[in-house]
Design a protein around this ligand. Structure first.
Ligand code: SF4
Length: 683
């Protein structure tokens, strides 16, 4: 007799973008048959986008890595886990013996769970190295640094639930319709129900069609633009004097600085007409409940931290943060767990919960739990790791779930660094460009195969549960970190993801009230959550700001130009970003049916530039910058502005990041992906 198929539903959290949609993974007889949006999801409320809902074919792709590989001569060959771990452990021991803990580093990942990030940073620190960083270095590190300086904590200021109250959105340097579709749809709903909308973006991104005002600043001029908006708030008395008196600091310095940013000067600096600037400032300044939502168009600049702070100035001037009014200042996180990777201390200067490694009290809290000394000097940031490898100082690097050869800027130099490093271990789902250059490749579990938690863009911890086992010999990063640490004789404790989060909660007051048990019961809990009986703070700073003096700090930093400008040799400016069907280096979406929807990267060119170069849609062209070359297909599009080009970085074969520069945020080293001077060639 036929047996009924065994169907089960697993509630989990999307592993693509930072919105953190709750999903239900449906399996039948051990195979995934559907991923459905969960109506109970606190952010998505029964919605999901084309990535979370449909891009899961990668799980059983024939290209999936299912057993470890080790390098033998020029080739990577299949190996057992025993061989792979031996090779990795031997390389780390040789690095430690030759040059000490400073010669060992790891790059952790937003792809990984909180518990995996926690365990990896603990592993590095227990062997004596702070050389641990994560991919937020390349996207939102300026958010962490700017929001901390302005308000006290490195996260968005509000719960996304509060967008329902907002009556004016200022959306800056973000394309949520494509990159965070569920957020894009919620914002659009509010706008269609009457909220006003200002979009500031050089491109005509999806939301711009519905904007009251679309500001199109030249790439790299954000700080001038935000100062211009602030100038109007001040000169037209659109500020909140009581808030500025009682809860803010720095007004005299900012007022003095802003005298240099009247609309006509800002129009010259940014290319934004003065009338549009005034209209935008008035919409934001006259709203009862204004909201700022921003993305990587603010952070990925030479002065990204200054940009975040100048944007935060607007909310402070308006008294629209830490009060009942407004939806403060909220970054849209690109990757699913980019907030959590940093929360867990996968940063070279920061322990779990943001205690500094230079702070003896923070170190003592971790040391008491770990039973090992924590080094007191900040370790290497990702770009510094690559420089150290090229210089022969870094001798062992573990890259977990990041295709740095595709996603990091000036990628020919990244490849050089990996080639120069005596041991590169790469944990991956597929044989990525980075894995191809590794000495040891560890097959990893994907998000639908993992147990743990993620933190989404509005600081909510949510559970991640395995719907399927990993294929073949693939293992979770959690298991792989334990296995390699054990090989090196370094016990890490934390036998399970639940135990890892419980240990992290003991170190960090921000997360002290969190546990898997509680999240299983309650669904989602935001940090700060210092107590198991406390619901967590969805809206920050309602009593005081978390700065040492309890005040929000205005920033009076002048506008400085970007690292590159167009010139006769490189007359166009390239901006990079994401498109709707794909996700980052595309390793998951390219191995799903989404690849049929968008099979390649394109270089968007304005019709004026295309005509100047005699180009038509689909022409193959060479693109050169001062840093490298790439070959791309042209797409003629009025979404760009004359003199500017746009490309995503979803296909390693297009080599877009061979073009981008090593200019980086002067505070955090976040690369300036948004401003690269290029020229088009016919070769
Ligand atoms: Fe996943 Fe983001 Fe899409 Fe939600 S919006 S389903 S979190 S990719």
């Amino acid at each position: 007799t036929a047996t009924r198929p065994e169907t089960s539903v697993t509630r989990t959290t999307c592993g693509y973008c930072g919105v953190g949609c709750s999903l239900e993974a449906v399996t039948r007889d051990g195979a995934l048959v559907a991923v459905l949006p969960d109506r109970r999801g606190p952010v998505n409320r029964g919605h999901a986008c084309v990535k979370g809902r449909f891009a899961h074919g990668f799980l059983d792709s024939p290209d999936r890595l299912t057993q470890p590989l080790v390098r033998r001569g020029a080739s990577l060959e299949p190996a057992t886990w025993e061989e792979a771990l031996d090779r990795a452990a031997r390389g780390i021991q040789e690095a430690l013996a030759a040059a000490g803990p400073q010669a060992v580093a790891a790059i952790s990942s937003a792809r990984a769970t909180n518990e995996e990030n926690y365990l990896l940073q603990k592993f590095l620190r227990v062997i004596g190295s702070n050389n641990i960083d994560n991919c937020s270095r390349l996207c939102h590190s300026p958010s962490a640094s700017g929001l901390t300086a302005s308000f006290g904590l490195p996260g968005g200021t509000d719960s996304f639930d509060d967008v329902e109250q907002a009556d004016c959105f200022l959306v800056v340097g973000a394309n949520p319709v494509e990159a965070h579709p569920v957020v894009g749809a919620r914002l659009l709903q509010r706008v269609l129900r009457g909220a006003r909308l200002v979009v500031a973006d050089p491109r005509a991104v999806g939301l711009a069609r519905n904007a009251d005002v679309h500001l199109r600043p030249r790439p790299g001029t954000n700080v001038a633009l935000f100062h211009g908006l602030a100038h109007t708030l001040l000169t037209e008395s659109l500020t909140d004097p009581a808030f500025l008196r009682d809860r803010a600091a720095g007004l005299p310095e900012l007022t003095a600085l802003l005298t240099g940013y009247p609309p006509d000067i800002v129009a010259e600096l940014t290319g934004v007409p003065a009338a549009d600037l005034l209209a935008a400032a008035r919409l934001y300044g006259q709203a009862q409940c204004p909201a700022i939502v921003y993305g990587l168009g603010v952070t990925e600049h030479l002065h990204g931290t200054d940009g975040v702070r100048a944007l935060a100035n607007l909310a402070i001037l308006r008294g629209a943060v830490g009060t009942g009014r407004g939806y403060g200042v909220n970054p849209l996180r690109g990757q699913n767990n980019v907030q959590g990777a940093s929360d867990m201390g996968a940063l070279p200067d920061t322990l779990p919960g943001y205690g500094k490694v230079t702070d003896p009290d923070a170190r003592a809290r971790a040391e008491a739990v770990w039973g090992a000394p924590v080094p007191d000097r900040p370790g290497l940031r990702i770009p510094e790791m690559f420089a150290a490898a090229r210089a022969g100082r870094l001798r062992a690097l573990w890259v977990v779930g990041e295709d740095v050869c595709t996603t990091d800027p000036d990628s020919d130099k990244v490849a050089e660094a990996l080639d120069a490093c005596p041991l590169v271990v790469c944990s991956e789902l597929f044989l990525s460009e980075t894995a191809r250059r590794a000495d040891v490749v560890l097959p990893a579990a994907a998000w639908l195969e993992k147990n743990g938690t993620f933190v989404n863009f509005d600081r909510r911890f949510q559970r991640v549960r395995p719907a399927l086992p990993p294929p073949g010999q693939a293992r979770s990063d959690f298991d792989a970190i334990h296995a390699l640490a054990t090989r090196l004789g370094t016990g890490l404790g934390c036998p399970s993801p639940a135990a890892a989060l419980a240990e992290c909660a003991r170190i960090s007051p921000l997360f002290a009230g969190l546990s898997h048990h509680r999240l299983d019961r309650e669904g989602a809990v935001p940090w700060p959550c210092p107590d198991p009986d406390q619901p967590g703070e969805a809206k920050l700073y309602t009593r005081r700001f978390a700065t040492p003096d309890g005040r929000a700090h205005l920033s009076a930093t002048p506008y400085l130009p970007p690292g590159e400008q167009p010139d006769d040799d490189y007359p166009l400016l390239l901006v990079t970003g994401r498109r709707w069907a794909h996700y980052n280096s595309g390793s998951m979406t390219r191995h799903s049916r989404n690849a049929d929807l968008a099979p390649r990267d394109f270089l968007d060119l304005h019709p004026v530039d295309a005509a100047r170069h005699g180009l038509r849609d689909g022409d193959l062209l060479g693109v050169a910058s001062r840093h490298g070359r790439a070959r791309l297909l042209a797409r003629i599009s009025e979404e760009t502005t004359p003199g500017q080009a746009f490309c995503a970085f979803h296909f390693p074969s297009s080599g877009v990041n061979r073009l981008t520069s090593d200019h980086a945020d002067t505070t955090t080293s976040c690369p300036e992906y948004k401003v690269t001077a290029i020229r088009l060639t016919r070769d």
